[in-house]
Design a protein around this ligand. Sequence first.
Ligand SMILES: Cc1cc2nc3c(=O)[nH]c(=O)nc-3n(C[C@H](O)[C@H](O)[C@H](O)COP(=O)(O)OP(=O)(O)OC[C@H]3O[C@@H](n4cnc5c(N)ncnc54)[C@H](O)[C@@H]3O)c2cc1C
Ligand SMILES: NC(=O)c1ccc[n+]([C@@H]2O[C@H](COP(=O)([O-])OP(=O)(O)OC[C@H]3O[C@@H](n4cnc5c(N)ncnc54)[C@H](O)[C@@H]3O)[C@@H](O)[C@H]2O)c1
Length: 482
Amino acid sequence: MQDYELIVIGSGPSGRRAAVQAAKLGKSVLVIEKTSRLGGVSVHTGTIPSKTLRETVLNLTGWRERGFYGLAYRVKQDIAAGDLTIRLTKTLDHEVEGLKHQFIRNHVHMMHGAARFLDSHSLEVTLDAGEIQLVRGQRIVIAVGTRPYRPDSVPFNGTTVVDSDGIINLQKLPNSLAVIGAGVIGVEYATIFSALDVRVTLIEPRDSFLDFIDRELLAEFVHQLRDRGVTFRLGDPVETINMEHGQPIVMLAGGRRVRAEMVLYTAGRVGNVEALELDRCGLAVDNRGRITVDPTTYQTAVPHIYATGDVIGFPSLASTSMEQGRIAACHAFGENVPPPPRFFPYGIYSVPEISTVGMTEEEVRSRHIPYETGVARFRETSRGHIMGLQGGLLKMIVSLKTRKLLGVHIVGEGATELVHIGQAVLNLHGTLDYFLENTFNYPTLAEAYKIAALDAWNRMTPRVAGREEAEIENAEQADAAE
Ligand SMILES: Cc1cc2nc3c(=O)[nH]c(=O)nc-3n(C[C@H](O)[C@H](O)[C@H](O)COP(=O)(O)OP(=O)(O)OC[C@H]3O[C@@H](n4cnc5c(N)ncnc54)[C@H](O)[C@@H]3O)c2cc1C
Ligand SMILES: NC(=O)c1ccc[n+]([C@@H]2O[C@H](COP(=O)([O-])OP(=O)(O)OC[C@H]3O[C@@H](n4cnc5c(N)ncnc54)[C@H](O)[C@@H]3O)[C@@H](O)[C@H]2O)c1
């Protein structure tokens, strides 16, 4: 039995970071990955494929140029499914190659096979060819991620009823799409397909969706989507999905029938834990296959076993998973790492994109923090004019008492990049004055920060009160002089 100082199960973002971090600390590391290619959901079915698809759609449709050349502008007429997948294959190859190279450079051993626990230190790995290998780890990181939730009642067939794994192997572009579940995945794909002129219906059992997004921002987002024909069916759970003449029909509890050429089912995900036989190492999971950890160290109930990434639940992002992996590996080998800053950004790669960091206006209000907001529309910026942007806004929230930045919320082109300026100011406990005092490159979309800050400043009571007092004083002096 081969012995390692660290064994990582799963090669997604958190497993990869944990492995490389431990190797950098000079430890012997093995990564076990059950599929034939490294990278996990992030590279093969999740983050990278969906973002590559989005980029291809925006390029081929000429989406970004329509502000100038009109709604009928297309870079390519008659976009077919094949046009969307070409770029994907290349991007994924680059990612896998980069990852493999990183493991080799850092002397991380790799084993392709499914792992299961024998006891809290030993694992059995069934290799691709069916051969069994036993390995032992002084410390173990479980980074097995999740898979789409697929209830038996949904007639998945890989062509007209698919989940988020199936949609990237699209053989034919549908004319219409019903997306069930308006979480981040559902919203991203709904808007990407809508940009391809596919008629989209977004179905969600709850009355609201994306509840962690600032309501004012979401209202702007929904307005833009309605404007281009996306239908929302909120607060109406799905009763059945039946096939009629080869086409799926979604029956909603409220009595509506939604007919679409394709159904995309995106109602959450479940942990890949069954095959691990966690009971053999003394661990348990919840009803969605999630493992409970110490939120600062990522240790499970068994201290030398860590769990990171989507298998521990919220926030289930590639970005946060990577940090969790790094922190777990450092903790495992006694390296001190400061805890992650309080605020991390959310990037939703819908069309248009949304990005947000810090508190929403609803959250600030519920905490009774006196606040002011400042808003800038991208069309107020010269860069926005140059780019032909019609929509897009940046909203910042600041404390009236301390002038500290409390949150930044952006919808529109470049939102997922722009948000990092707000994130830096927020996590460095900066105030509105950062934006007022600093000069920004011109013309840029980042100028929206300046405009929003000035908007907030103009409305902040002390200054207004100050101005009123000064005006009164001036008037009184003028009166006296007369
Ligand atoms: C459609 C979609 C879009 C997304 N977009 C974004 C985005 O834009 N930004 C973002 O930050 N996040 C995004 N995410 C989330 C992101 O992909 C995940 O947070 C991230 O992949 C989780 O990483 P992980 O380390 O938990 O492992 P995963 O990426 O889930 O990988 C786990 C790996 O473990 C392997 N494994 C499982 N069981 C075993 C076993 N028994 N033995 C050996 N190996 C095993 C699996 O084969 C897999 O390779 C998206 C997710 C999806 C589904
Ligand atoms: N850009 C990004 O950062 C990004 C992109 C995609 C996914 N992700 C991550 O992936 C994770 C999973 O995303 P997701 O969208 O699958 O899950 P989710 O949990 O975010 O959303 C699932 C949605 O489906 C709804 N739902 C639940 N049960 C349902 C049912 N039976 N029928 C219909 N709808 C139902 C829920 O109310 C919810 O709105 C998220 O936590 C997210 O963090 C991130």
